[in-house]
Write a protein that binds this ligand. Structure first.
Ligand code: NDP
Ligand code: DXP
Ligand code: MN
Length: 385
């Protein structure tokens, strides 16, 4: 069955790969959305002929208006525009590939409009997991993971007895700084952190991978997606990124999904589920790898992982707060204004200073207030560094 997609974050790493999958599958693209890359949005719009393009940045909006003046494509602006576009009649699947918790409201809008959601934007679940999962259940909407580990878990659950799931093994590459000491990390620059050993991704997630914050965010993402408690998730560092994650069942059987590190597989599976279609992903040859290795994460050096787990245990708006602090600190690090280890220090400081109700029944307004409060605390902290 050919589907029609609304793609939020179309100019990014996941966005551009999703467009390749759409082309491969012959799927239509009704919506393209991005922040400021007007030139690429124009190219994509001329190739995919969407009904609607959304752009957040005001200057880019004016630029794109000129660029698309000869077309009948509707131009919308900002988060409101993404929410409207995610709800358009005729859209079957909303693929949310924007970076950061700015993706939360469009995810909720897509669910309210009863669209299937292919979710790459993990910050959505970290910040507002309860809101998203409740809304998906109320609206009978499928929330399909794009994140490679969560897709692996999802794939390992297919056709198995869900009630017999005991725990999951969430794999981590360890990032570009695996094995380094805190002393060695002090001088690491953004250019160093952006050299991921296995995956080519956007800047923010690549830095998150270097701090292990990515694995902390994924820990919380997995709790929500699969209804797990913190004790049911084991993090294992696997530097080759071939075993994308695994599930252990009551009888002791462990089922993993493997493959070369290529996002084409999880992206396309989220679009075609429950079916599979060919991709051009590089095939796995186990004998070429020869050996696959596994080790425990160094949580003493890479503090962000335990900070996220502690935030998850505290529950409520704590995960939202640490996520917001991390978004702020990573932005400052990428701008060359903060040291690498200060990211973890900042996120840890926010976990200690932030205070909130741990009631899971928070509202969207409370999530956005928590984001603002945590960001303000992070800003004050970083100003003193
Ligand atoms: N890359 C990967 O392999 C993986 C990514 N993910 C997750 O997927 C998400 C996207 O990651 P990735 O593709 O790497 O990120 P990129 O930085 O490459 O792309 C981000 C996209 O989001 C858009 N965007 C950013 N801010 C806004 C905004 N305010 N309004 C509208 N659009 C916005 C960007 O637009 P513009 O280009 O105009 O700035 C761009 O299209 C993240 O949550 C990440 O954690 C998960 C697993 C793997
Ligand atoms: C491709 C993907 O899903 C990323 O989230 C990846 O997992 C990052 O690798 P790390 O395991 O290094 O965080
Ligand atoms: Mn991942």
């Amino acid at each position: 069955m050919k589907k029609t997609i609304a793609l939020l974050g179309s100019t990014g790493s996941i966005g551009t790969q999703t467009l390749r999958c759409c082309k491969n599958l012959g799927y239509g693209v009704d919506v393209l959305a991005a922040n400021r890359n007007a030139a690429l949005l124009e190219t994509q719009a001329r190739e995919f002929h969407p009904r609607c393009v959304v752009v957040s940045d005001k200057t880019a909006y004016a630029d794109l208006k000129t660029r698309l003046a000869d077309t009948d494509i509707r131009l919308l602006a900002g988060v409101e525009g993404m929410c409207e576009a995610a709800s358009l009649p005729g859209v079957d699947v909303v693929c949310n590939a924007v970076v950061g918790m700015v993706g939360l409201r469009p995810t909720l809008a897509a669910i309210a409009a009863k669209k299937t959601v292919a979710l790459a934007n993990k910050e959505t679940l970290v910040a507002g997991g309860r809101l998203v999962m409740d809304a998906a259940e109320e609206n009978g909407v499928d929330l399909l993971p794009v994140d490679s580990e969560h897709s692996a878990i999802f794939q390992s659950l297919q056709g198995n007895d869900r009630a017999a799931l005991k725990k999951i093994i969430l794999t981590a590459s360890g990032g570009p700084f695996r094995g380094k000491t805190a002393k060695e990390l002090e001088g690491m620059t953004a250019a160093d952190a952006l050299r991921h050993p296995n995956w080519s991704m956007g800047a923010k997630i690549t830095v998150d991978s270097a701090t292990l914050m990515n694995k902390g965010l994924e820990f919380i993402e997995a709790m929500w997606l699969f209804g797990l408690s913190p004790d049911q998730i084991e993090i294992v560092v696997h530097p080759q990124s071939v075993v994308h994650s695994a599930v252990e069942y009551a009888d002791g059987a462990v089922i993993a999904q493997m493959g070369t590190p290529d996002m084409a597989v999880p992206i396309q599976y989220a679009l075609t589920w429950p079916h599979r279609a060919p991709t051009d992903a590089r095939r796995l040859s186990l004998t070429d790898y020869g050996s696959l290795t596994f080790e425990k994460p160094d949580c003493g050096t890479f503090v962000c992982l335990d900070i996220c787990i502690e935030a998850a245990r505290r529950s409520g708006l704590y995960p939202c707060a640490v996520n917001a602090a991390n978004e702020y600190a990573v932005g400052r690090f990428l701008a060359g204004e903060l040291k690498f280890l200060d990211i973890g220090r900042c996120v840890g400081y926010i976990l200690e200073r932030f205070s909130c109700n741990t009631d899971e029944l928070y509202t969207l307004e409370e999530v956005l207030e928590a984001e603002d409060a945590a960001r303000a605390l992070a800003e004050a902290y970083c100003a003193r560094r």
